[in-house]
Write a protein that binds this ligand. Structure first.
Ligand SMILES: [Zn+2]
Ligand SMILES: [Zn+2]
Length: 470
């Protein structure tokens, strides 16, 4: 079975993992934080700069897990937060970034990493962990049965010095951290003896410019409740219509999740462990899956599913039919010529170190695609309906674009909106409800965000126009 792993890149915060050699103390000890500053997918290693300034070359394979991940990519990268907010610190109903913890005992109850580790909510309740927006859930033990460890690292009040990597004039000074700014890729504000305050990098651009003078306590962590770093598995990828999936959870966990999302049906236990094929992804949280063994389709919580179809070299794959999704997921890989490839099938020639696929199509055309933009084409047709024609999603997206392109008053940045629709603006357009079912899918959001941008851009002009006449 293919098991996807959490995205690993520089800036991610880690502590020593289950396979760390306990005779090595350069990290400072159990629970001492460091930052990944370099990743080698080929060697399956990470270079970590511990907050005490020491460097380690760490293994991140399924056999040797030297590291555990404390703060994930979405802690430091804006816009990749979950479709849920924390029930404790939800002041502004911000979506959870970093690791998300969902109670399977209570209905619709989520905690962020900070609140979960601070022992909020009933500690006897079972939770699942969701690493990222596109990860499947990982069941974890109730906290009351688990080991809690102190965390040490950078935080407000900590005494620090500059490392040799720093580009500031305060070499040999001892400063105090005033504020940590995680969203920026990892920076901190440090006050120096001269009372000057400077911003230093604590992970941004793969650089950590400060080190601790002495250990600084910053909180706690349930050590077995956070993921180990593993570069041997392909990174998490979105589940698309046509993908093969299976439910790899225990009965109670599946029932708890389904009661929140998608609904529980009594005979659902028949599909546990069975492989099904995704018919449709009507919302970002829900998936329609057809199971041949019971000849019926179930609506399932997308994070309860394990994706089985991972393309390898030589596989036939089909490009997704929705150009809006393609543009957003391809990001820097997007090329205009790819518009002609939607729904087309090609062969995987090679897979690069980031997991992107080099695919050759008929007519000697070769393009790079993110694995989230293609579906493995295994040639079978167990799904009793054709899902490519019944949505009209392509039509909606194409219809939406001319109104933006031909709008003369729209500024250049607005014209770029279809390409620049980032997940941040998608999130902010509707985060008023923690019930994930109430949040429409990313697919539905793309045109919506565009029209909102255009409206906001035009409204001042409209009022100026009106003033002339009245
Ligand atoms: Zn919280
Ligand atoms: Zn609960």
């Amino acid at each position: 079975m293919s098991q996807y792993s959490i995205m690993i890149k520089s800036g991610i915060r880690v502590i020593r993992g289950p396979d760390w050699d306990p005779s090595i103390h350069e990290d400072g000890g159990p629970g001492h934080l460091g930052t990944i500053i370099d990743v080698s997918r080929q060697d399956q290693t990470c270079t970590v700069q511990w907050d005490n300034g020491h460097l380690s070359n760490c293994k991140a394979t399924s056999d040797q897990q030297d590291l555990r991940i404390v703060y994930t990519e979405s802690t430091v990268t804006k816009g990749n937060s979950h479709f849920a907010y924390c029930n404790i610190c939800n002041i502004s109903r911000q979506n959870v970034s970093g690791l998300r913890f969902k109670c399977v005992t209570c209905k619709n109850y989520d905690l962020c990493m900070k609140c979960y580790m601070a022992d909020e909510h009933d500690k006897t309740h079972s939770f699942v962990r969701i690493n990222s927006r596109i990860s499947k859930v990982i069941p974890i033990l109730p906290r009351v049965k688990s080991k809690r460890t102190k965390l040490y690292g950078f935080g407000p009040g900590a005494s620090v010095m500059l490392t040799p990597f720093a580009t500031s004039s305060h070499i040999d000074d001892i400063g105090r951290i005033e504020e940590m700014i995680e969203e920026d890729g990892g920076t901190a504000k440090v006050a120096w003896p001269s009372r000057e305050v400077t911003t230093v990098k604590t992970g941004k651009d793969g650089l950590v410019e400060i080190k601790l003078i002495e250990p600084h306590h910053v909180g706690h962590v349930y050590i077995d409740h956070i993921p180990a770093a593993d570069l041997s598995q392909p990174p998490d990828s979105c589940i698309n219509p046509g993908d093969k999936v299976c439910v790899d959870l225990n009965f109670d966990t599946l029932q708890g999740l389904q009661q929140d999302y998608g609904g529980w049906v009594d005979d659902m236990e028949k599909i546990m462990g069975e492989t099904g094929k995704v018919v449709d992804v009507p919302r970002s949280t829900l998936c329609e899956v057809y199971f041949e063994s019971v000849s019926r389709t179930y609506v399932l919580y997308i994070a309860a599913l394990t994706k089985m179809s991972v393309p390898v070299v030589g596989d036939r794959v089909m490009v997704l039919a929705d150009v809006g999704i393609l543009i957003r997921r391809q990001r820097y890989l997007w090329k205009e010529a790819m518009r002609n490839l939607i729904g087309k099938t090609g062969t995987v020639d090679s897979i690069d170190v980031m997991g992107n696929l080099s695919i050759s199509f008929s007519g000697n055309r070769k393009f790079d695609f993110s694995p989230s933009c293609v579906v493995k084409d295994d040639g079978d047709s167990v799904v009793p309906r054709d899902d490519s024609d019944d949505e009209g999603t392509i039509k909606i997206t194409l219809e939406d674009e001319p109104s933006i392109y031909h709008e003369p008053d729209t500024e250049k940045k607005e014209m770029l909106a279809p390409f620049g629709v980032d997940e941040e603006s998608v999130d902010s357009s509707d985060n008023s409800d923690n019930d994930e079912d109430g949040i429409s899918s990313e697919e539905e959001h793309v045109p919506k965000v565009n029209s909102k941008n255009v409206y906001l851009e035009l409204s001042p002009l409209t009022s100026v126009y009106c003033l002339h006449f009245y």
